[in-house]
Design a protein around this ligand. Structure first.
Ligand SMILES: [Zn+2]
Length: 402
């Protein structure tokens, strides 16, 4: 095993010298290794003193560091190696250059744009290898005429449809423009007069057409009354944790009087989500900045996690002054709600990858994209370690973090 001198390491980072056969970028050897404690990203335990072997854009192998071929250059030794973090629910940053500055340089190697105006798709679908945070994108949110998001966001954030036939056409158009996900709104709003919801036939047609085209079906649900219709339609992901319940008789609590347990109707739906592998993306960072902050956010997350439900991690940047960069506040809030740090990291990597439809990202395993972070502190004892990664690698290339 050859460990690079500090000079050679810095030279490699700066792209000044190639070590061994150079990759297309000229900065990294075509084959290199990182050694340290490997956090695979699927919730399984860390592997101490292991090597991650990278060839070109992909991870070739994960093996005990001692069995690494001595000829293979080691780009960095020590610390913790984990998959790049994926923030699966964001908005507003579309351009590849901006995604590089605001996400990739901080260790967020991919994002899910969870609804944006149609013209944004051109920028979101441009993902040059190794130089930006890869984007999955949904385009505007499906809704009925007059439905959310139309009453509160700019009209180009919504895509109003009136029939199953028209809905299928619109899904095909989005796919042709490069969208890899669809987003459906199930939002009656917090007011006495509810906004309209998609009728069941139209909602199911959107989801069915999306599935036929290999797209992920994401559903915005904040009011409990939207959860059953979203699941009936065929949701793959529930975005936001449902935390309020408006009825014709007025608001009703979503928790038992102990404020720790979701009401039975809610528990039944959470169990259905778990059974059908529906992912929850709680977005606690944004919701805790609202007047709903409290147990109605954390208790359903805890209950769903305790059932074995899978989660993704997203913070709904930029709403309510949430930040881009490493989403540590979302991680801490998720951890405080119940999941241990290993499960939170799994949500932020493999869980988010599933929520975005990234089949080759979010885990450290042979054949996966080499989207990697090296951090000095143990992220399983504190997320602060993630705020200053030593090294960010995207598609096998070292990201210049200067
Ligand atoms: Zn959002």
């Amino acid at each position: 095993m050859t460990t690079l001198s500090r000079r050679a390491f810095l030279a490699a980072l700066g792209g000044l010298a190639a070590l061994g056969p150079a990759s297309a970028s000229g900065a990294e050897p075509d084959l290199f290794a990182l050694t340290g404690a490997v956090v695979p990203g699927d919730g399984s335990p860390a592997l101490p003193d292991h090597a991650v072997l990278v060839r070109g854009e992909r991870i070739q192998a994960v093996l005990p560091a001692g069995s690494l071929d001595r000829e293979i250059p080691v780009l960095h030794s020590g610390g913790f190696i984990l998959p790049g973090v994926i923030n699966c629910h964001v908005h507003r940053i579309h351009d590849a250059g901006e995604r590089r500055e605001r996400y990739l340089r901080h260790g967020v190697t991919a994002i899910g744009d969870a609804a944006s105006p149609l013209p944004a798709l051109a920028a979101l679908t441009r993902n040059p290898t190794g130089t930006t945070a890869t984007a999955a994108c949904a385009g505007p949110m499906f809704c009925p005429p007059g439905g959310y998001p139309l009453p509160v966001h700019s009209p180009d954030h919504g895509l109003a449809v009136t029939s199953p036939l028209q809905a299928r056409e619109k899904v095909r158009e989005l796919a042709d423009l490069g969208a890899t996900m669809v987003k459906l709104a199930f939002e009656p709003g917090p007011y006495p007069n509810p906004w309209p919801l998609l009728d069941p036939g139209t909602a199911a047609a959107i989801a069915d057409q999306a599935h036929r085209l290999g797209m992920v079906v994401r559903c915005h649900v904040q009011d409990l009354s939207g959860l059953a219709p979203a699941l009936d339609a065929g949701a793959d992901v529930i975005d936001h944790v449902p935390h309020r319940w408006m009825t014709p008789q007025g608001p009703r609590p979503v928790l038992e009087p102990d404020e720790r347990t979701p009401i039975p109707q809610y528990r039944t739906l959470l169990e259905r989500m778990k059974r059908n592998n529906v992912i929850m993306v709680p977005t606690l960072d944004v919701l805790t900045r609202s007047l709903w902050n409290g147990p109605s956010l954390s208790a359903p997350v805890r209950a769903f996690h305790a059932m074995g439900g899978r989660m993704g991690l997203g913070n709904d940047f930029p709403y309510r002054r949430t930040d881009a960069g490493m989403p540590v506040r979302e991680m801490r809030l998720l951890h405080a709600a119940g999941p241990d740090r290993s499960d939170v990291l799994a949500a932020a990597t493999s869980g988010s990858a599933r929520a975005c439809g990234f089949k080759k990202r979010g885990r450290i395993a042979p054949g996966m994209a080499a989207d990697l972070l090296v951090v000095e502190g143990d992220p399983l004892t504190g997320f602060a370690a993630l705020e200053r990664p030593t090294l960010v690698i995207k598609d096998g290339r070292v990201v210049d973090r200067a």
